[in-house]
Design a protein around this ligand. Structure first.
Ligand code: DGY
Length: 324
């Protein structure tokens, strides 16, 4: 098979780079790093394949990459890619579903626990030397077990979060999903424990709302003033999906002038979160730097799958995880 040109637009583990380099010519250039931007631009016209994540490959990037046959994203989310344009140009898009489901659900549940039980704030209380007597009521958290867990998005990750809540913490689960889900079929262990409801009903009834929907034109800005206004007094909001699904000004207003108790956020409209964002230091926000899948095991599994996807397409084979 003739060697092709591969543009790696985000750092990959060396063993995955070696697998690609054994068969193809590789350029590593991350356009988010200022002094690599030029090398990225120079490589685009020759690239047959691209692999990476966390960078928006829009139409103008595609226009500068006329040979491109495959983009292999080291992510499950595909919101960084212009899907219709890729289809029109016959460019295959691959991603990494499955391998990050449980890890991402772990992160979301950790964030949920940390937010409700004020784990970060209380750790700082100790670190900063304020633990000189028992804490008072003003630092108490709220229970997680037994609370009603509302999940927006009942795909793989939503179901894995539901399992943690229902089976581990005795939480009744209600969820919203765009298409109808047959729980007995899709997640038999959750049968009788998870109920699908319209979006507004989930928002009105849940004590803790977890957002795990994909970002699309239908979900962009979904969590706005109206949605936060429907939520129960003292409800907690967790976002493990994408920042752009939430109106950040409306979330801040719900925290400051509404009745939302706290928010745990792994994702933001702009990432990395700008220093000037009020969400960075808000006392009732627990912020994380988009780390849903960031464990050694899972990030390596994602890189391995993404590399296999890329190599398979370049070899003319059907990739393991093509995005349809
Ligand atoms: C994913 O895989 O989509 C993660 O959110 C990383 O972007």
């Amino acid at each position: 098979m003739a060697r092709k040109n591969v543009l790696v637009f985000r750092e990959l583990p060396p063993e995955q780079l070696d697998r690609i380099a054994a068969a193809h010519d590789v350029t590593v250039a991350n356009p988010r790093v200022a002094d690599q931007r030029e090398a990225f631009e120079r490589a685009l016209p020759w690239a047959d394949g691209m692999i990476g994540s966390s960078f928006s490959i829009d139409q103008s990037v595609l226009d500068r990459a006329p040979r491109l046959k495959v983009i292999s994203s080291v992510s499950v989310g595909v919101d960084n890619y212009p899907l219709a344009a890729l289809r029109a140009r016959g460019i295959t898009l691959c991603h990494t579903p499955g391998v990050l489901t449980e890890t991402t659900a772990d992160t979301i549940f950790a964030l949920l626990m940390a937010t409700c039980r004020r784990v970060v704030e209380l750790a700082n209380h100790v670190r900063e030397g304020h633990w000189t007597r028992n804490i008072g009521e003003e630092l108490f958290g709220t229970d997680v077990h037994g609370k009603t867990l509302g999940i927006l998005g009942f795909g793989r990750i939503g179901q894995a979060v539901a399992r943690r809540g229902a089976l581990g913490f005795g939480m009744p689960v209600i969820f919203h999903n765009r298409s109808q889900v047959d729980v007995v079929q899709a997640a038999p262990d959750l049968a009788g424990r998870a109920q699908q409801l319209p979006l507004d009903d989930v928002l009105k009834r849940a004590d803790i709302v977890v957002l795990v929907l994909p970002l699309s034109e239908q979900t962009r800005g979904l969590m706005d003033a109206r949605a936060f206004g429907l939520m129960k007094p003292n409800a907690v909001f967790i976002n493990g999906a994408r920042g752009a699904i939430v109106s950040e000004p409306d979330l801040l207003a719900a925290l400051d002038h509404g009745t939302l108790q706290a928010a745990g956020l792994d994702v933001f409209a702009t990432e990395p979160l700008p220093q000037s964002s009020p969400l960075r230091t808000h006392p009732r926000v627990t912020p994380l730097p988009h780390v849903g899948s960031a464990t050694h095991e899972t990030r390596h599994a994602m890189a391995t799958l993404a590399t296999s996807n890329l190599l398979q397409v370049l070899a003319g084979e059907m990739p393991a995880a093509v995005y349809r």
